[in-house]
Design a protein around this ligand. Sequence first.
Ligand code: GUN
Ligand code: FE
Length: 435
Amino acid sequence: MVKLFKGNVINPKSPSELEVRENCIIAVKNGIIDAMFDDLSSLPEEYQGIKIEDFKDGIIIPSFTDLHIHVSQYVQRGVGMDVLLFDWLNNYTFPQEANFRNIDYARTIYSQVIRDMLRNGTTQVAPFTTIHYDACDLFFRMLEESGMYSYMNKINMDMNSPEYYVEGTEESIAETERFICEHSGSKWSGRNRLIMVPRFAPTCSDALLRGLGKLADKYDLGLHTHLVESKAEAAWSAELFPQYGSDGAIYEQCGLMAGGGPKIFAHVIFPSEVEYELLKNYTTYSVHCPISTNNITAGIMPVSDLMKRGLRVALGTDVGGGHDMALYKVIGSAIQSSKLKAFYEENYSRIDLAKAFYLATAGGGSAFGWFGKLEPGYHFNALVLDGLQDDGFELPLLECLERFCYAGDDRNITHRFIDGNLIDPDEVFSRISQL
Ligand code: GUN
Ligand code: FE
């Protein structure tokens, strides 16, 4: 089935080039972009007669990929922002995440999370959930219903966690294997894929990490965890696992890098040469979550240094360390944070809008396949933006995008598409809150 859309396209062609195509017609065949035309007269015969959905002055951009968010921390947005990571985890996060043992609580919160991601234009996500099998199963089924794409699993933690929110080692491994077996195969859409999600080394025993490593190998799965997030975290990991020598080496030597999927590492703020080598040797995504790492005073990822070394970088909200669900706000924050880093560090170079927008779309999207660009072959997962102009003064298209990333909100997103289908966040909410 072919659909035709028309509008002003902004495409993240490369980290250094934002391509603008005014009044462009996009032909979408079975959810995938088939061809793009700059004027009606070049429309080939096969598309003539098909109604064009014309967004007029609207700006069409790829939808966003949030490659690191704790969906179970939704109610913590903007709360408990005056403490450092460990106090924040112990005093706010663990008590709150423990509530997800109650499936009704999970349903109430998770349906709002999905609605809010869609409202803000996120259609691909790598979520952290909680340790609870049933709540994770519900979240998976909600994602299936929503049309979104994800990499997920239950999370794992068997030590340095409060007694009301911790698992036994064997139980954690067994429940993870059950989750993998129950959520793969032909009864599911294939859009929501599995990955291993140990919280981070300090809350996982060596035996747990090795058990999960065996599952990663057996089921050919990638990894999603936190890596060198703060100086305190890296030091604690080194103290708990002296035999491995660095935060990154723990995951590698426990076998968690052996599977075939992407290896997603949140934060990567203090990578040593060992981490840089490891990030280079596997299909890794280092996820920059500047709103969060400012809030919990963890530091600023050296994005430019990672990119100069040819490493893949993506953006994440890291809600609830991050207080905002909107990836476009993370774009603005990533640029601001890089300016501060460059201001205080002589040899650091800042990033600009083209680079930050690329990371939020094509950068993270590539973890899922052909996502995050508006070019033939890519999924038509896209947003239409409007309402970014003031009366009496005309902003060029690229500056409208820039304004959106600093001063926009979800009212500027007039349409959201997944695989060429129009998505209504409120309609999705009404369905998933019944699951
Ligand atoms: N490290 C371990 N758990 C967490 C978490 O929930 N949030 C953040 N930002 N870092 C973590
Ligand atoms: Fe996180």
